[in-house]
Design a protein around this ligand. Structure first.
Ligand code: DGY
Length: 446
């Protein structure tokens, strides 16, 4: 077992935990009961951010953890869809806002909340299980789960009904913002198939953060164009599946869904009287894991990759999403060995913090630009949990140590430079970023 004296120091840990709690408390909006990812840059409620944030709150304020989830679910559409942003409030610090997205175009959109018409990696199922494990009052948290679990189930049912045109157990995303890895170089090949107009718009993100750390204006043209196509068809799933130039089976997104399926099976088991739902979840699960391994594994690269469903081919690049299936128990023992070898060879050299978001050996790698290379704490957290569950104790500890060290050295940034040679200002994007704080708490307390 490796020993890392800096994070074993209780004083440092307590100090860090206190700072993390302050970040979360400051970002929590008491009136509406949700947490912004960070001030200015992201002034609304984001779907998967809220999931990770709730895990942090669960360690010291169960009420806030529950309110966070309820606030997100209060904007669920009547067809089970859970949107990627909920615009609980007005703000002029973000583009594109509710007037651009116009979720009301969809007949079953939330009648009470303005939202986007796209979603994000479905973390809620496994987040509910995390809340159950962390929160001490088991009766209270199980009652909370009983009140909310069907909403998450309905969300999964929506995915398998409307986002899986081949009925193969893998769901698609139709927008890069649905992947969570917004400007990953993975999408460059898809952008090359498109020629959107040059839209007139005013970026707000680059007024908060150095443009060198954010997507380009031309990339925003692609992002907006995909939304325009969806809006033209009132966010109709069948039309999007038919027409969107971006239609991708993403290994991170599908791994989150699979992990959440597993969590729902366990939670329904605890609740009881849910045999039909458990049976359906198990059917989805078996089919999904089988197809995932057949379709998304790339032998040559030695890890999972994205599948471009529109153009019927794998997108042959490694990213941190290539390793996320370890979190969801998807690879068998032999395959996980291959994946770990790939990761260590390319991403895990001693001169780097784990885990860069994109292949550091690729010429598309950019160490500062959002999802084109920097380390993200949420992906590290998934990786840590997965590696530990497969018995890679030293490596999982390294991922944990790297995550804590980056935050301790640079602050609660949104993303970090993976190069150890960068000694100053290696924290990028938004500061006082909620999920970095929330998952730091979980790293230190669990
Ligand atoms: C952004 O605006 O960059 C968001 O991450 C989209 O979800």
């Amino acid at each position: 077992m490796l020993s890392f004296s800096f994070y074993n120091s209780t004083m440092t840990n307590n100090n860090l935990i206190q700072k993390a709690e302050t970040v979360l408390n400051n970002n929590f909006k008491e009136d509406k009961g949700f947490t912004i990812p960070c001030e200015g840059l992201y002034p609304f409620q984001w779907n998967w951010d809220s999931g990770f944030i709730a895990i942090g709150f669960a360690h010291y304020d169960a009420t806030k953890a529950k309110r966070e989830i309820e606030a997100l679910l209060s904007a669920q559409w009547e067809n089970g869809f859970i949107p990627h942003i909920v615009f609980h409030n007005d703000s002029d610090t973000y583009f594109p806002g509710p007037d651009f997205h116009q979720s009301k175009l969809h007949p079953l959109a939330s009648k009470t909340h303005r939202t986007t018409g796209m979603t994000q990696p479905p973390v809620l199922g496994f987040v509910l299980k995390e809340l159950y494990d962390i929160i001490e009052d088991k009766v209270d948290i199980l009652n909370f789960i009983k009140r909310n679990i069907d909403k998450v189930y309905n969300n999964h049912e929506h995915f398998y009904t409307y986002r899986d045109p081949n009925k193969e157990g893998l769901v698609y995303i139709y927008h890069n913002w649905e992947s969570g890895t917004d400007n990953s170089p993975i999408w460059d090949d898809i952008w090359a198939t498109m020629d959107p107009p040059k839209y007139k718009f005013e970026r707000r993100d680059t007024t908060h953060v150095d443009a060198a750390q954010r997507p380009t204006n031309r990339e925003y043209d692609y992002y907006l164009h995909l939304i325009e196509i969806a809006k033209e068809h009132n966010y109709d799933d069948a039309k999007i599946a038919e027409l969107s130039p971006f239609l991708v089976q993403d290994p991170l997104f599908n791994a989150m869904l699979i992990k959440s399926n597993a969590a729902l099976i366990e939670l329904y088991g605890l609740i009881g009287n849910s045999d039909d739902k458990i049976k359906t979840l198990k059917q989805w699960q078996t089919k999904a894991i089988k197809r995932f391994n057949e379709k998304l594994f790339n032998e040559k690269l030695g890890a999972y990759v994205h599948y471009d469903l529109r153009n019927e081919k794998q997108i042959e690049y490694l990213s941190s999403s290539s390793f996320a299936p370890i979190f969801a128990d998807i690879p068998n023992e032999e395959r996980v060995e291959t994946i770990v070898k790939t990761m260590m060879k390319k991403f895990g050299t001693e001169d780097r913090y784990l885990c860069a978001s994109f292949d550091p050996e690729s010429d598309r790698f950019n160490p500062k630009k959002y999802w084109r290379g920097p380390v993200w704490i949420n992906l590290n957290w998934l990786l840590y949990r997965g590696l530990k569950a497969y018995g890679f104790y030293d490596l999982s500890n390294r991922v944990k140590k790297d995550s804590i060290e980056l935050i301790e050295k640079y602050g609660f940034y949104e993303y970090f430079d993976s190069r150890k040679e960068v000694k100053e200002n290696a924290g990028y994007g938004g500061n006082n970023f909620s999920w970095s704080a929330a998952l730091l708490i979980d790293f230190l307390k669990s």
